[in-house]
Design a binder for this molecule. Structure first.
Ligand code: FES
Ligand code: FES
Length: 159
């Protein structure tokens, strides 16, 4: 960590937080190391795998590429916040029911991308589900059950 420290205030899962940090640390590190929110995973650390996806001001972002200096006054939703969120809860149930979870490492990132997708597009056809999740990599499942889970959650929310 370099010598200069900054203080940033932002909201995580509806809770205001204030963190003192080096300006070049990432949101991913702050979530995991400073705030104890270890549901967000680190994969590539280069913005390529989607494991670290969170929602910031309504849009998905790879938290490994968001720096502390960019965080002031932002609103961040992480996988831990999905328990309080109707779309998030429907998605979590559907992932389990569809058998879409194998090792589980990629799943928090998929849940966040799916949450953002269904918030904007409540009845996405398969093509749009695939597009919405195209930034997330899974090495285990072959994706079919993940896509099924998102469709299942959308159906349930519509009913
Ligand atoms: S860890 Fe951030 S995109 Fe891979
Ligand atoms: S369930 Fe193992 S990487 Fe996706």
């Amino acid at each position: 960590m370099d010598g200069k420290m900054i203080e940033v205030s932002f909201t995580v899962n509806g809770r205001k937080v204030r963190v003192k940090t080096s300006p070049t640390r990432t949101l991913l590190d702050i979530l995991r190391e400073d705030l104890g929110l270890t549901g967000t995973k680190e994969g590539c650390a280069k913005g390529e795998c989607g494991a670290c996806t969170v929602i910031m001001d309504g849009k998905t972002v790879p938290s490994c590429l968001v720096l502390a200096v960019q965080l002031d006054e932002r609103e961040v939703l992480t996988v831990e916040g999905l328990a309080e969120d109707p779309i998030g809860r429907a998605l979590q149930d559907a992932f389990v029911e569809a058998g879409a979870v194998q090792c589980g490492y990629c799943i928090p990132g998929f849940l966040m991308s799916a949450r953002a997708l269904l918030a904007e597009n409540p009845k996405p056809p398969l093509k749009e589900i695939k597009e919405g999740l195209s930034g997330n990599i899974c090495r285990c499942t072959g994706y079919v059950k993940i896509f099924d889970a998102v469709a299942r959650a959308a159906q349930r929310l519509a009913g």
